[in-house]
Design a protein around this ligand. Structure first.
Ligand code: G3P
Length: 217
């Protein structure tokens, strides 16, 4: 399973990239606004921090303007992945860009039928939003499982990028289902490392090691 970080904060991305476990980055207009940075500048900087895909989202609603925005965004770096919303114009843009070999992430997916359309449009990634799905009384993980089944049924190569992840359990459930990617806020990635028994175990081992009076170096 690939791990992407869902932020446009350079310090957070650098910290995650330093672990060697980061496979990509996702941003959206809200995260860009939160960063307080210029969209083009910060996206270029992020693209230099990771080798994998960096999702940069168009904001136009019509196909022609989406294409113009995508043209500008894809010139930023080779690892830019154009993010488009799951609308008719968004999927039209996805089809056109993916036919040219451009990576596309179709975002704001809330149903398995929408995910089916994204795959038919040649998306590299589809982003179902599990947290927002849960918030509205639906089962986000049921959605991920349905998409997995449908993509397997037809050998679609579109990767399921689980988005709007709120906690480590979302990551565990996504991995059990066989989702391809999880994009997570930095706090959730850090939470994956943690276990109280790991901390207690280190404490015990170090206390005993001290008694030996030895040092490795
Ligand atoms: O990048 C899209 C997605 O991950 C947003 O998450 O927490 O705003 O629902 P959230």
């Amino acid at each position: 399973m690939k791990f992407f970080v869902d932020t446009a904060d350079i310090a957070e991305i650098s910290e995650m990239a330093d672990t060697g476990l980061l496979d990509g980055v996702t941003t959206n207009p809200s995260l860009i606004a939160k960063s307080g940075r210029d969209f083009m500048e910060v996206t270029k900087e992020i693209c230099g921090l990771v080798d994998g895909p960096v999702s940069a989202e168009v904001v136009a609603l019509d196909h022609d303007t989406m294409m113009k925005e995508a043209e500008k965004l894809r010139r930023i770096a080779d690892n830019v992945c154009i993010k488009v919303p799951l609308t008719i114009d968004g999927l039209k843009t996805c089809k056109k860009l993916s036919s040219d070999g451009t990576m596309v992430n179709v975002t704001l997916c809330f149903s398995a039928n929408q995910a089916l359309l994204a795959a038919k449009a040649g998306a590299s990634f589809v982003s179902p939003f599990v947290g927002r799905h849960d918030d509205n009384g639906f089962d986000g993980m049921e959605l991920i499982a349905d998409i997995r089944t449908i993509y397997n049924n037809y050998d679609f190569t579109t990767e399921i990028l689980v988005a709007s992840i709120r906690n480590p359990v979302h990551v565990l459930q996504s991995a059990r289902i066989g989702a391809d990617v999880a994009t997570m806020p930095p706090a959730v990635i850090k939470g994956l490392f943690k276990h109280i028994l790991t901390d207690k175990g280190i404490e015990g081992f170090l206390a005993d090691w001290k008694k030996t009076g030895q040092s490795i170096l």
